[in-house]
Design a protein around this ligand. Structure first.
Ligand code: ATP
Ligand code: MG
Length: 420
């Protein structure tokens, strides 16, 4: 125990106090403690206690059996739900994912011992004292992520921990401790029994962090190959991103989430198809799969032929959100390229018009101006091209004035041709 007192979130204090008053040990545990120690805002609060689930239910007015088989009861407080779990020890792991059974014959130490990483295996008392039997604080201070206990055994027990290791290293900007890294390399096949959607979820969470700082880990780790399928090309893709980053020495905030994934895949042949397949296989959803394919396709085009002008038709066919994300991601990765190239991408990012619906005047208003039949289409086309070329602003009065002039011109033209 250290002398430092850490701030215990007010929401959890009455829960810990009520359990203590009833004679039970209880602590704030897991990710919340890690986040408090790092000065971050914890996003979910987990309590571990010696009280059995039935006793927890007796002690509090509002409870839900969220995971009673695992000893978890959610307790409702005025500041939200808190998960209260009876100290548990895990039985043997037989399927590479979950313990065969859990026993509620535990103490705090055995409860912490079954947790994945030292930084996730710390506890806080009601008074803000840190209990840290596995040295999580020291590991965080050294900027490293280490398994609790023997890393090989822990990864074999539950293969999801391999993905969690990468995700935590990225999110918290940590190096893997040497023995944890060696184990990850050696037992990456333990990922096999893990459900595809769990891998997909972890990948998405990893992509939200400053992934560019851990690019070497991501490029060289053998996990993508072990997962296989459309993720196997990620080693090559991330390596290509890393090569660019080293050249450009980019350290600005990278694109995150789906835009980052599209950018990775845009670096390899058939990337758009691979990312589409990956999204379907790892349960990211069909809508995201389509988005990713469109974004990776656009990125490849921007990267391969950066100066090519976009036709009005192409721009009108593009999804503005995809196009902006693609342009922004390319501009980030190629921050060292000449201004003219980035200028072209910036123009896409700041594109004023993506469809006729974005135009500040409608066909009906042109009709009110006196235009009829095919004249309306001609006018809409003229106005949209003028806005895209930034000749005029996309403002109603400006466009109506231009439409008026253009209509007169069209009719004069027709008058001349009639006369001929
Ligand atoms: P976050 O909520 O930011 O994802 P977290 O560490 O809180 O991070 P959770 O999945 O909410 O992660 O799990 C809560 C805690 O349960 C973890 O801090 C860890 O102690 C333990 N834990 C979660 N998953 C595993 C696992 N696969 N193996 C061992 N312990 C785990
Ligand atoms: Mg959590």
């Amino acid at each position: 125990m250290t002398d430092t007192r850490w701030p215990v979130p007010p929401a959890v204090q009455p829960v810990l106090a009520a359990l203590a008053a009833a004679g039970h040990d209880s602590y704030l545990v897991g990710g919340a403690v890690r986040d408090i120690v790092l000065g971050r805002l914890p996003h979910d609060l987990d309590v571990a206690t010696s009280a059995r689930p039935e006793e927890v239910k007796r002690l509090f007015d509002h409870t839900i059996d969220t995971g009673i088989r695992h000893g978890t009861v959610a307790v409702g407080t005025k500041d939200g739900w808190i998960e209260v779990t009876t100290f548990r020890s895990d039985g043997p792991y037989l399927d590479g994912r979950r313990p065969q059974y859990v026993v509620f014959e535990g103490c705090l130490e055995s409860d912490l011992a079954r947790r994945d990483f030292t930084m996730n295996a710390m506890a806080l008392t009601m008074n803000g004292e840190l209990l840290d039997p596995f040295g999580g604080l020291r590991d965080l201070q050294r900027g490293r992520l280490a398994c609790v206990g023997d890393p090989q055994r822990r990864f074999r027990e539950d293969g999801l921990r391999l993905m969690r290791a990468l995700r935590f290293a990225v999110t918290y900007d940590l190096d893997l401790a040497p023995s944890t890294q060696t184990a990850l390399w050696q037992v990456c096949d333990a990922i096999r029994p893990v459900a595809k959607e769990r891998i997909g979820q972890e990948l998405l969470r990893l992509l939200e962090g400053p992934w560019h700082r851990r690019i070497d880990l991501l490029a060289t780790c053998p996990l993508w190959q072990a997962i296989g399928g459309p993720l196997a090309v990620l080693s090559t893709a991330i390596e290509a991103v890393g090569k660019r980053l080293r050249k450009a020495r980019v350290d600005a905030v990278p694109p995150t989430g789906l835009a980052a994934l599209a950018l990775w895949y845009a670096m390899v042949d058939d990337g758009p198809e691979h990312v589409y397949q990956a999204a379907l296989k790892f349960a990211l959803g069909r809508r995201h799969a389509l988005w990713l394919r469109a974004a990776a396709t656009l990125m490849q085009r921007l990267l391969r032929d950066p100066n090519q002008a976009w036709s009005v038709e192409e721009l009108f066919a593009a999804d503005p959100e995809v196009a902006r994300a693609a342009a922004r991601a390319c501009a980030w990765l190629f921050a060292d390229t000449p201004d003219v190239v980035r200028g072209a991408w910036r123009a896409i990012e700041e594109q004023p018009l993506w469809s006729l619906a974005d135009l500040a005047v409608s066909g009906r208003e042109l009709q009110a101006l006196g235009a009829e039949g095919r004249e309306i289409g001609r006018l809409l086309q003229d106005l949209s091209q003028a806005v895209l070329a930034r000749e005029v602003a996309n403002e109603r009065e400006v466009l109506l004035a231009r439409a008026d002039r253009e209509l007169a011109r069209l009719r004069a033209e027709r008058g001349i041709s009639h006369e001929l």
